[in-house]
Design a protein around this ligand. Structure first.
Ligand code: DQA
Length: 153
């Protein structure tokens, strides 16, 4: 039987507003890891899982939505930290619904232990799951959880 090349699974990692400043941004809340540090550790996890990553960050809601649209047909699922847009953006949730892209929501800080306006997520109800409050390591859990869920489908 002819060997078929194994189709590579690509996972999107999407970061929203102000996360480009990780490392120096309110380290008591968000830790000292930079976005590059997080990408480097996720790249190691991805290799362990046998998946590839696409990583993007934007401070603009519309650009985040455009990226989700562009990822349709390219990535199999998305790990998303939408920053404050998680609490406000019905449009971003609609983008995931419109593209049928499964996703895991992640927050570095425990949003439920913070101000009331951070307790609601527009995304959570449409997510496979949510990781919150576990710092930069939460991204690793989110990626492992997403890939595991996708493999069970
Ligand atoms: C955050 C939590 C949000 O409430 C906040 O607006 C952020 C970061 C987190 O990772 O803890 O920008 O998403």
């Amino acid at each position: 039987m002819a060997e078929r090349a194994r189709e590579s699974v690509i996972i999107g990692i999407l970061h929203g507003p102000n996360l480009n400043l990780l490392g120096t941004r309110e380290p008591h809340l968000y830790g000292t890891a930079t976005l590059d540090d997080i990408t480097a550790s996720l790249t190691r996890v991805a290799a362990d899982l046998g998946v590839e990553l696409r990583v993007a960050q934007s401070n603009s809601e519309g650009t985040l939505i455009d990226i989700v649209h562009e990822w349709r047909g390219l990535v199999r699922g998305v790990v998303v930290n939408a920053g404050a847009y998680a609490h406000t953006s019905l449009a971003l949730r609609d983008a995931f619904a419109a593209t049928s892209l499964p996703f895991v929501e992640i927050h570095l800080s425990n949003v439920y232990a913070r101000e009331a306006e951070r307790h609601h997520s527009m995304l959570a109800g449409a997510a496979i799951g949510t990781v919150t409050g576990l710092g930069a390591q939460g991204y690793e859990f989110a990626l492992r959880g997403l890939v595991s869920a996708l493999r069970q489908r």
